[in-house]
Design a binder for this molecule. Structure first.
Ligand code: NOJ
Length: 739
């Protein structure tokens, strides 16, 4: 059926026979046009408008009367509303009380879990386990869709190389290759069997583009970079997410090359739609059309709205500027209505694909809520991902894993029993009351005869040292101390930049006081970003990076501390020694004067080393692995060849363990300079004690390609070094050439 049936127009919009019989894209296209033909200009603009409901608002609420807006057809989508009953109630307003009965779209920031909270995304990326990452997104989408949501504002695909930026916690870290793989895995998990399948939601790739490159790590700040860096480093993860089928894109707050992303036609039209053939819709970030006025590119509501629409932005989140300005611009002949029609088409198409015209309430299911939300299986998945995310940074004399049967164990520190902090920022509808703490996890894990002592020691970020003495007394009574330090959930996420990356408050004083007791100390870091911890590394024998692990924090950390899980996480981001080194990332350029400690006039600092505290890809295990020589199957490859690179990895320790074998490439010379190394592949292998495995990678011309001098993407003949190892630093290599 290609056109509306003969029922009254209003009924026809919801007529299953009209909308469900043809699911092909042409079928949907016809239906979209048939709806568009019924719409007034104001109704069209309403479809381009997204307003917040009243839960969990993260910016100015522009519209107190958003329910009136729904009724009047001034809004096509709502965010920050969830729950089967609540979304149904709001949907009823749209479906029953508006002239055309067009259903609403419900969006929400389901970033690392919906009710069951998984580790914050940077931590999750530390698993380097794409199946685990996909699973976490799948569980989140399953729970979110049961609560009536159709759309999540995730994944965040912003490459971030500055840990001062609090939002580094929301992405996959510094690397193009790992970031792209994780972005794609997240989209697959979020969209499951595709837009329209009942337990999936639409993904929204954000923040387009280069939001992670905010100058000085200060949120919302300017980004500026060459087109080469933009395309080579920042764009690939967004592209990978779109190639995985992501339905929508969100603009970023920052300007880039002098033009705010929300008014940036080069990004939204030239790259996104023309080069990448993106057919979904683009939404702004929160009030970012309005923010083009203080940016200094639009002088009033009308010019900001026109700039955004003409740049290719379909939906206005929360500014209300499209509502306020577009109709008058069209009527005055200053804006083509066709542009509005195009944007409406893209949004209606998604509503059709979601099946909302068949059944506007299909996702609001009390039954599914009961079965799905925080189910035992979902909690188990969260525990599994959280322990896979944990990175063992140091383990002198095999202090870890701890015995479950010791006389007295002290758990000390402001993060030891900090329930709220465990689920991190952007924890959506997660209920922190249901999260477990490290103290609880330890108590559950140890034997009945083990006494667990506890002292908080100090607060996360105030300067009172009063409770430190009590913590020292507690430590003195124990055989071993677990010291939980780090950051509060509020210290990462949006608007949470820090100029210092020390462990905040007086926690360092607490750490040093506990260290002086001479007791064996295991430091557990609970934090959302890399911290500068050279003192800890120099003095504390065992250090565990647990991130902010989510609902199952306590159990997951205990699994690692007591050896029920052998740690396998690897850093997705470099840990600097000091803030002055930032930006510090492994895929740097060599410079013409690479660092030479014996030559003053080389690229280095007077007061700091060049190398990081812990390199990208780094993480220890309770076992050890050795790497054999790296071999290539040919010394020279052609454009058509596949180069096989192999290396034998052996478990040389006494426990079974998982190793993440990483392959890095270095293009020795090019028409433009190339990074000293770039990750081009990784494999996770499980090895029994004493076992070896031959790990094989295939490289093709595509892996050797880059943006050449003329900005064409391809290879250049020449020499390459290829390295394999457990992180970006400790590698072995060999060479080959491309003919
Ligand atoms: C602002 C944030 O930058 C963005 O990531 C988020 O999705 C929106 N607010 C909606 O909450």
């Amino acid at each position: 059926m290609n056109k509306l049936c003969s029922l009254t127009l209003a009924t026809a919009l919801l007529c299953a026979a009209c909308y469900s019989s043809e699911k092909t894209s042409t079928g949907i296209g016809t239906r979209v046009d048939s709806v568009l033909a019924l719409m007034t200009l104001d109704e069209k603009i309403g479809q381009l408008t997204l307003f917040t409901s009243d839960i969990d608002v993260t910016g100015p609420t522009m519209r107190e009367n958003y329910k009136e807006d729904i009724k009047a057809g001034r809004v096509g989508a709502i965010f920050n509303a969830y729950g089967a009953a609540y979304t149904r109630k709001l949907q009823e307003i749209a479906v029953k009380e508006t002239r055309l009965h067009i259903p609403l779209l419900f969006g929400y920031d389901v970033v690392h879990g919906h009710r069951t909270i998984f580790p914050m995304p940077l931590g999750e990326a530390a698993s380097w386990d794409l199946a685990a990452v996909e699973k976490s997104a799948r569980v989140a989408a399953d729970e979110a869709s049961a609560e009536g949501l159709h759309w999540t504002f995730a994944p965040m695909c912003d490459i971030a190389r500055d840990p001062r930026w609090g939002r580094i916690t929301e992405g996959a870290g510094e690397d193009v290759y790992l970031g792209s793989k994780i972005a794609a895995a997240r989209v697959k998990g979020i969209q499951g069997d595709g837009v329209g399948s009942l337990n999936s939601v639409m993904a929204c790739v954000k923040h387009f583009a280069a939001y992670g490159a905010a100058q000085a790590g200060r949120d919302y700040h300017t980004t500026d970079m060459s087109d080469r860096v933009l395309r080579e480093t920042y764009l690939p993860p967004y592209k990978a997410a779109l190639d995985a089928g992501a339905a929508t894109v969100m603009t970023s707050f920052n300007e880039i090359d002098g033009v705010p992303a929300t008014g940036n036609k080069y990004l939204m039209t030239d790259i996104l739609r023309k080069e990448w053939n993106f057919t979904g819709f683009v939404v702004t970030d929160y009030t970012s059309i309005m923010e083009m006025i203080p940016h200094g590119i639009a002088e009033d509501t009308a010019s900001a709205a026109a700039l955004a629409l003409e740049a290719g932005v379909d939906m206005d989140m929360q500014a209300g500027f499209y509502n306020d300005a577009l109709a008058a611009l069209v009527k005055a002949g200053k804006l083509k209505e066709g542009l509005i029609d195009e944007a409406v088409r893209r949004i209606l198409r998604k509503k059709f694909e979601l099946g909302l015209f068949d059944d506007p309430y299909r996702y609001s299911s009390e039954q599914r809520e009961k079965e799905t939300l925080m189910s035992a299986a979902n909690l188990e998945a969260a525990r599994d991902v959280a322990r896979k995310a944990i990175v063992l940074l140091k383990n002198d004399k095999q202090l870890l894993p701890l015995e479950k049967d010791v006389k007295k164990l002290a758990v000390i520190g402001p993060l030891a029993d900090a329930r709220r902090e465990m689920i991190g920022s952007w924890s959506a509808a997660g209920d922190w009351h249901k999260a477990s703490t490290l103290l609880e996890g330890v108590k559950q894990a140890v034997s009945a005869g083990t006494q667990v002592l506890y002292a908080k020691g100090c607060a996360i970020d105030n300067d009172s040292t009063q409770a430190i003495a009590q913590a020292v007394r507690t430590a003195q009574q124990a055989d071993v101390v677990i010291l939980a330090v780090g950051e509060g959930a509020w210290m990462t996420g949006e608007a949470a930049s820090r100029a210092s990356l020390n462990i905040p408050g007086v926690q360092q004083r607490l750490i040093e006081a506990i260290y002086k007791t001479g007791k064996p100390v295991v430091a557990v870091l609970l934090n959302g970003r890399p911290l500068t911890i050279p003192w800890l590394d120099a003095n504390i024998p065992a250090i565990v990076e647990a991130w902010l692990p989510g609902t199952m924090a306590g159990q997951a950390i205990a699994d690692v501390l007591f050896g029920d899980y052998n740690p396998s996480g690897r850093l997705p981001v470099t840990f600097p020694r000091s803030v002055g080194q930032i930006p510090l990332y492994y895929s740097m350029k060599n410079t013409g004067r690479p660092m030479d400690p014996n030559n003053k006039y080389t690229s280095k600092y007077l007061d700091e080393r060049n190398d990081p505290l812990y390199p990208f890809g780094y993480g220890l295990s309770y076992t050890t692995f050795s790497y054999g020589p790296v071999q290539v199957d040919k010394q020279e490859m052609t454009q058509q060849d596949e180069l096989i690179v192999t290396c034998t990895v052996t478990n040389t320790g006494a426990r079974a363990g998982k190793e993440t074998v990483q392959l890095y490439l270095h293009d020795v010379t090019g028409s433009v300079t190339r990074p000293v190394r770039e990750l081009k592949g990784f494999k996770q292998i499980e090895l029994a004690p004493g076992a070896s495995q031959n790990v094989t990678f295939k490289l093709t011309a595509h892996d050797l390609s880059f943006y050449r001098r003329d900005m064409s993407f391809g290879t250049e003949p020449g020499k390459f070094d290829v390295y394999i190892g457990p992180n970006a630093r400790d590698t072995q290599g060999t060479a080959f050439a491309l003919r």
